[in-house]
Design a protein around this ligand. Structure first.
Ligand code: UD1
Length: 363
């Protein structure tokens, strides 16, 4: 069975890693890895390939940045000849970025079956670009691999036949569990002068939070207040870097700005944090597994299991509420448990299902 696997942006890399490890160790499966080039900075891309032992991409489409239409269309234009050349039996896409949708759509138009890893998540907020990518990718995929049971309900509700839906667990957690020991060796806490359990971590990059100076400045006002209680480390995404200067929040007491961090440094930093504040999807899941309290600075989440079972709390964008919830977590930290099947075996289950359905088609 030949599978073309796709990765394009930073949150894809920790999802594709365990799938590539698994694909490359199986007999009878050949894999071809495509990097779309949606993310291209050393710290947003190459570092992850090195740290996570992801094989070198067989091709880099080098699409770079652009408007949503330009980026999506460029990926499609450059991905189509790869598929015509490779003739795979399946295309494997992960997550919800523009590259995910672009490659799924290109494949399905050529009659190639699509496997979507992390299917079924829904924020029910169609102003999020990722929500559109999730809905459309799921509608045209042949295998829908789900991380949490809400995904099964969402897909059934959208009329996806049950036999296409597979609840397999979470590949991002496969990576976290595989890298936990190596991350412990990271010197990041010493480098930043931090003690375990005595600092917070902040990440912000969603357009809805960082592109509007008014919204972003109110959020940073809340962070400024919390940073009086404990130091807060803020690895800054390239999109956010521009906005920080615009609202004059580059130097706040207690706030430690860094460049985007590699996977191992970031995992170590989060694992020993007292509190995480984020608008990322993946970090809500990682903090749940690490048992670290997480405040999500959004009005909704597509990952409800992180709130119902994990350590995550949705706190919205109101600065007073963010500060109040932050102070509360410092005195009584949220506790949770690890969701079902987040056990480090998701990639194995996925590759088992793909190869079994190929064998049954071939016989
Ligand atoms: C993308 C994903 C988002 C994901 C995020 C993680 C979509 C719609 N969005 O958002 O779901 O959570 O990645 O990072 O696919 N830039 C650089 N260097 C890079 C990449 C980007 O400087 O390597 C800058 C560019 O100025 C670019 C901006 O960041 O215009 C935004 O990049 P883009 O890929 O459009 O979206 P993200 O905000 O990164």
């Amino acid at each position: 069975m030949k599978i073309v696997a796709v990765a394009g942006a930073r949150p894809n890399f920790m999802k594709i890693a365990p799938l590539m490890w698994e694909l490359r160790r199986r007999d009878g499966v050949s894999s071809y890895l495509v990097h779309t080039g949606q993310h291209y900075d050393e710290k947003m891309s190459k570092l992850f390939f090195v740290e996570l032992n992801i094989p070198r991409p067989d091709i880099d489409l080098e699409v770079g940045s652009g408007s949503h239409a330009v980026q999506t269309a460029e990926v499609m234009k450059r991905f189509e000849p790869v598929l015509l050349d490779q003739h795979p039996e399946a295309v494997l896409v992960v997550g919800d970025v523009n590259s995910t949708l672009a490659c799924a759509l290109t494949a399905v138009k050529l009659g190639i079956r699509v496997a979507h890893v992390e299917a079924g998540l829904r924020s029910f907020d169609r102003t999020m670009p990722e929500e559109i990518n999730r809905l459309l990718t799921d509608a045209i995929s042949d295998w829908l691999f789900v991380t949490e049971t809400s995904g099964i309900d969402n897909l059934r509700h959208e009329g996806i036949p049950a036999e296409k839906i597979h609840f397999v667990g979470n590949v991002m957690i496969d990576t976290l569990l595989a890298c936990r020991d190596r991350a412990e060796a990271s010197p990041i806490l010493d480098q930043l002068g931090l003690q375990r359990g005595s600092y917070g971590v902040l990440t912000l990059h969603r357009p809805a939070n960082v592109d509007n100076p008014e919204v972003f400045s109110r959020l940073m006002g809340a962070i400024e207040q919390l940073a009086r209680e404990l130091p807060i480390v803020f690895p800054v995404h390239p999109r956010t870097r521009r906005s920080l200067a615009a609202v004059g929040a580059e130097r706040l007491p207690g706030l430690i700005l860094t460049e985007p961090l590699g996977y191992l440094d970031f995992l170590k930093l989060v694992a020993h944090a007292r509190l995480v504040l984020t608008d990322s999807g993946g970090i809500q899941e990682e903090t749940t597994v690490l048992g670290v309290p997480c405040l999500t600075l959004r009005e909704n989440t597509e990952r409800p299991v992180t709130c119902s079972q994990g350590t995550n709390r949705l706190v919205g964008l109101n600065p007073e509420r963010i500060v109040a919830e932050g102070l509360q977590v410092l005195t009584s930290p949220s506790v949770g448990r690890v969701p079902e099947l987040w056990d480090g075996q998701a990639a194995r289950r996925i590759v088992d299902i793909l190869t079994a359905s190929h064998s049954s088609l071939a016989s």
